[in-house]
Design a protein around this ligand. Structure first.
Ligand code: THU
Ligand code: ZN
Length: 149
């Protein structure tokens, strides 16, 4: 069994999921081999619920890590759940397209993706830098990018 999947399975045991009853655990490995885990933590207003991947990356970044090479995700029903769209974008803030994302399909089965597979054409810091570079006095375009008439 993949060590990181084992850690994700352990992590989901402390999920706080009174509303969905859908447990998720995540385990994120740093470039230097440390592992940070997280579980989902729901809230009565629903929208404040934290996702397992957010909790894991939050713990890692708070501990001073910003480089990662592998993420494992598991749900209590071992359905191969993948990070949701929001979590994919959160991961993309710190991880390259080649981050390996390993999803628990039960027993020893996993589905493996890269972050680039899951979230192509991501908005990143460079998107904003490129936009700022284009915002010069010589730029004849409108703020929305259309050519001015
Ligand atoms: N969930 C996660 O923890 N990670 C995801 O990316 C998908 C969804 C949680 C949120 C909520 O507590 C439950 O799964 C049902 O959506
Ligand atoms: Zn999510």
């Amino acid at each position: 069994m993949d060590t990181l999947i084992e850690r994700a399975r352990e992590a989901l045991t402390t999920a706080y999921v009174p509303y969905s009853e859908y447990r998720v655990g995540a385990a994120l490995r740093t470039a230097d081999g440390d592992i940070f885990t997280g579980c989902n933590i729901e809230n009565a207003n629903y929208s404040n619920s934290l996702h397992a991947e957010e909790v894991a990356i939050g713990a890692a970044v708070a501990a001073g890590h910003q480089e990662f090479d592998r993420l494992a995700v598991s749900s209590g029903v071992r359905d191969g759940v993948t990070p949701c769209g929001m979590c994919r974008q959160t991961l993309a803030e710190f991880c390259e397209d080649d981050l390996m994302v390993v999803c628990d399909c039960g027993d020893d089965e996993v589905a493996t993706y890269t972050l680039g597979d899951l979230l192509p054409e991501t908005i990143t810091e460079s998107t904003l830098i490129d936009a700022a570079d284009n915002d010069s006095p010589h730029d004849t375009r409108e703020p929305d990018g259309r050519e001015s008439s």
